[in-house]
Design a binder for this molecule. Sequence first.
Ligand SMILES: *[C@@H]1O[C@H](CO)[C@@H](O)[C@H](O)[C@H]1NC(C)=O
Ligand SMILES: *[C@@H]1O[C@H](CO)[C@@H](O)[C@H](O)[C@H]1NC(C)=O
Ligand SMILES: *[C@@H]1O[C@H](CO)[C@@H](O)[C@H](O)[C@H]1NC(C)=O
Ligand SMILES: *[C@@H]1O[C@H](CO)[C@@H](O)[C@H](O)[C@H]1NC(C)=O
Ligand SMILES: *[C@@H]1O[C@H](CO)[C@@H](O)[C@H](O)[C@H]1NC(C)=O
Ligand SMILES: *[C@@H]1O[C@H](CO)[C@@H](O)[C@H](O)[C@H]1NC(C)=O
Ligand SMILES: *[C@@H]1O[C@H](CO)[C@@H](O)[C@H](O)[C@H]1NC(C)=O
Ligand SMILES: *[C@@H]1O[C@H](CO)[C@@H](O)[C@H](O)[C@H]1NC(C)=O
Ligand SMILES: *[C@@H]1O[C@H](CO)[C@@H](O)[C@H](O)[C@H]1NC(C)=O
Ligand SMILES: *[C@@H]1O[C@H](CO)[C@@H](O)[C@H](O)[C@H]1NC(C)=O
Ligand SMILES: *[C@@H]1O[C@H](CO)[C@@H](O)[C@H](O)[C@H]1NC(C)=O
Ligand SMILES: *[C@@H]1O[C@H](CO)[C@@H](O)[C@H](O)[C@H]1NC(C)=O
Length: 543
Amino acid sequence: MERTHFLSMITRSLVHSLLLSLVIAAAASNITTDQQALLALKAHISYDHTNLFARNWTSSTSVCSWIGITCDVNSHRVIGLNISSFNLQGTIPPQLGNLSSLQTLYLSHNKLSGNIPSSIFNMHTLKLLYFSDNQLFGSLSFFIFNVSSVTTIDLSINGLSGEMPREIGNLPYLARLAFATNNLVGVAPVTIFNMSALKEISLLNNSLSGSLPSRIDLSLPNVETLNLGINSFSGTIPSSITNASKLSDLELGVILFSGFIPNTFVNMADNYLTSSTPELSFLSSLANCKKLKVLILTCNPLDSILPKSIGNLSLSLETILMANCSISGNIPQVVGNLGNLLVLELGGNNLTGPIPITFSQLQTLQALGLTRNKLAGPITDELCHLARLHSLVLQGNKFSGSIPSCLGNLTSLRVLYLGLNRFTSALPSTIWNLKDILFIDVSSNSLNGDIPITIGGLKNLQQMFLEYNRLEGLIPESFGDLSSLEVLDLSKNKISGAIPASLQKLLYLKHLNLSFNKLEGEIPRGGPFANLTAKSFMGNELL
Ligand SMILES: *[C@@H]1O[C@H](CO)[C@@H](O)[C@H](O)[C@H]1NC(C)=O
Ligand SMILES: *[C@@H]1O[C@H](CO)[C@@H](O)[C@H](O)[C@H]1NC(C)=O
Ligand SMILES: *[C@@H]1O[C@H](CO)[C@@H](O)[C@H](O)[C@H]1NC(C)=O
Ligand SMILES: *[C@@H]1O[C@H](CO)[C@@H](O)[C@H](O)[C@H]1NC(C)=O
Ligand SMILES: *[C@@H]1O[C@H](CO)[C@@H](O)[C@H](O)[C@H]1NC(C)=O
Ligand SMILES: *[C@@H]1O[C@H](CO)[C@@H](O)[C@H](O)[C@H]1NC(C)=O
Ligand SMILES: *[C@@H]1O[C@H](CO)[C@@H](O)[C@H](O)[C@H]1NC(C)=O
Ligand SMILES: *[C@@H]1O[C@H](CO)[C@@H](O)[C@H](O)[C@H]1NC(C)=O
Ligand SMILES: *[C@@H]1O[C@H](CO)[C@@H](O)[C@H](O)[C@H]1NC(C)=O
Ligand SMILES: *[C@@H]1O[C@H](CO)[C@@H](O)[C@H](O)[C@H]1NC(C)=O
Ligand SMILES: *[C@@H]1O[C@H](CO)[C@@H](O)[C@H](O)[C@H]1NC(C)=O
Ligand SMILES: *[C@@H]1O[C@H](CO)[C@@H](O)[C@H](O)[C@H]1NC(C)=O
C-alpha cells in the first residue's frame, strides 16, 4: 500500500515536471525554435530542382530573410510559410508543428508525400492551411483537429484516406473546408454540416456517404459553396435550401461518364402544383437563392419533369448540369429567362418536344448539351442567334427537317454534334464559315446532296463523321486542305468518283473510313494511305 502510494507520488511528480518542462519549452520558443523547425523541413526536402532552399535557407542568414518566410515585425517570429508551386519532393517533418506563431502555411502544388504529422493539427495560431495538390497519404481518421483558430483547411488533391474526424465540426472559425479528390470513406460526420462560419464545403470526388440536414438554412447559415459531387451521398434535397440565401454553387452530381459511384439525391415528389406528375419542387425552393451560379445534379435519379419554376431561378445562374437525371416531359419555355447561362447540359434524360424558341434569349450560352433524349421537331433559326455558342451537342434525338444554313453564323462553334437524328437536307455550304470548328458529327441522318467544296476552309477540323447518310457526288479535292484532320468517316453513303490525290497531304490522318460507297479508281499510296488497311475501302466495287 505504502509502496504503491510512493510510486504513484513519483509518477505524479514526474508527470508534473514533464508538463512543466513542456510549458517552459513552449514559453521559451523563439526564432531559434522556428529556425530549427524550418531546417528540419529543409532536411526533409529530397528534391528541389532549383536548389533554391539549399542555397537560400542557410543558418548564417536570418530566418526572416529566407525565401517564402514572413516574420512578425514585433515578435520576430515566423508567422507565414509559403513554399507552394516549387515542385518540391519530400515529406513534412513533425518539427514543423514547432512553428508556434505560424498563421499561414502554404505547401500546395508540390510533390510532397508521406503522412501529415499530427503536430500540424496542434498549431494553435494557424489560420490558413493549404496542402492541396501534393501526394500526401495516410488516414485522417485519428487526427484531432486541435487548431481552433483555423479558417481554411485545404487538403484537396492528395491520397488521404480514412474517415473524416468529427472534431472538424468543432472549429469555430472554419470558413473553408476543402477535402476534394482524396480517398476518404465512411459517413461524413453530421457535425460538418453544422458550422455557422462555414462558407465552402468541398468534398468532391471521395467515397463519402451521408445526407444533407433537413434545416440546412439553420445549420449552415453562411454556406456559399456546397460541393458533394462524385461521392455516395443520398437522401432528398431539403426544401429549407430556399433559405440558404448566400448559396452560389450547389454541386451534388457526378461528372458525366466518370465511372464513379453516383450520389442518389432524389426528388421530393410533391404533387400540390398541377398534376400527379412529380416535379422537381426543390427547384422552386432554389428560386430564393439569388446568388446561385452553379447547379450540378448530374446522374441523380430525380425522376420527374422540369417544372415551370425553373424559369424563376436566379439570373446569376451560369451552369446547369442535369444530365442522366431521369427527367421527362418538355423543356419549359421559361428556361429562356435564364439569360446569363453559359452551360446548359440536359443530356441522357427522357425529354420530349422541341427546343423552345425562347432559347434565342440565352445570349451568353456557350455550351448546349441535349444529347440522348427524345427531342423532336426542326432546328429553328432561333438557335443561330446564340453567337457565343462553342458546343452544340444534339445527337441521339428525333430532330428532323433541314440543318439550317444559318448555323454558319455560329462562328465560335468548336463542337457540332447532330448525329443520330432524322435530318433530311443537304449539308449547308455555310459550314465553311465555322473557322474554329474542331469536331463535326452529322452521321446517321438522311442527309443528301453533295459535300460542299467550301469545307476545305476548316483548317482546325480534327474529326468529321458523315457516315450513314445519303450523300452523293465526289469527295471534294479541297479535303486535302483540312490540314488538322485526324479522323474522317464517309462510309455508308453514295459517294462516287475517285479518291482525290490531295488526301495524301493529310499528315495527321489516322482513321479513314470510305467503305460502302461508289468510289472507283486507284487508291492513293502516299502519306497516311501507307498505313491504312483494306477495311477503310471495302464495299466500293470499282475501287
Ligand atoms: C531562444 O531560446 C533558447 C532557449 O530555449 C536560448 O538558448 C536562445 O538564446 C534563444 N534565442 C534567441 C535568439 O532569443
Ligand atoms: C534568399 O532569398 C531572399 C528573397 O529572394 C533574398 O532576399 C535573400 O537575400 C536570399 N538569401 C540568400 C542567402 O541567398
Ligand atoms: C505563395 O507563393 C507562390 C509562389 O511563390 C505565389 O504564387 C503565391 O501567390 C503565394 N501565395 C500567397 C498566399 O502568398
Ligand atoms: C520540435 O518538435 C519535435 C517533434 O514534434 C520535438 O521532439 C522537439 O523537441 C521540438 N523541438 C523544439 C526545439 O521545440
Ligand atoms: C488542444 O490544445 C489545447 C491548448 O493547447 C491543449 O490544452 C489540449 O491538450 C489539446 N488537446 C489535444 C487533444 O491535443
Ligand atoms: C477523381 O479522383 C481521381 C483519382 O482518385 C482522379 O483520377 C480524377 O481525375 C478525379 N476526378 C475529378 C472530376 O476530379
Ligand atoms: C448543431 O450545433 C448546435 C450548436 O452548436 C447544437 O446545439 C446542435 O445540437 C447541433 N446539431 C447537430 C445535428 O449536430
Ligand atoms: C425558411 O425560414 C423561415 C424563417 O425562419 C421559416 O419559417 C421557413 O419554414 C423556412 N423555410 C423552409 C422551407 O424551411
Ligand atoms: C415565378 O415567379 C413569379 C414572380 O415572382 C411568380 O408569380 C410565379 O408564380 C413563379 N412561378 C413559378 C412556377 O413558381
Ligand atoms: C425513359 O423512359 C422510359 C419509359 O418510361 C424508361 O424505360 C427509360 O428508362 C427512361 N430513360 C431514361 C434515360 O430516363
Ligand atoms: C446569319 O447571318 C446572315 C449574314 O450576316 C444574316 O443575314 C442572317 O440574318 C443571320 N441569320 C440568323 C438566323 O441570325
Ligand atoms: C505509319 O505507322 C508507323 C508505325 O506506327 C509510323 O511510324 C508512321 O509514322 C506512320 N506513317 C504515317 C504516314 O502515318
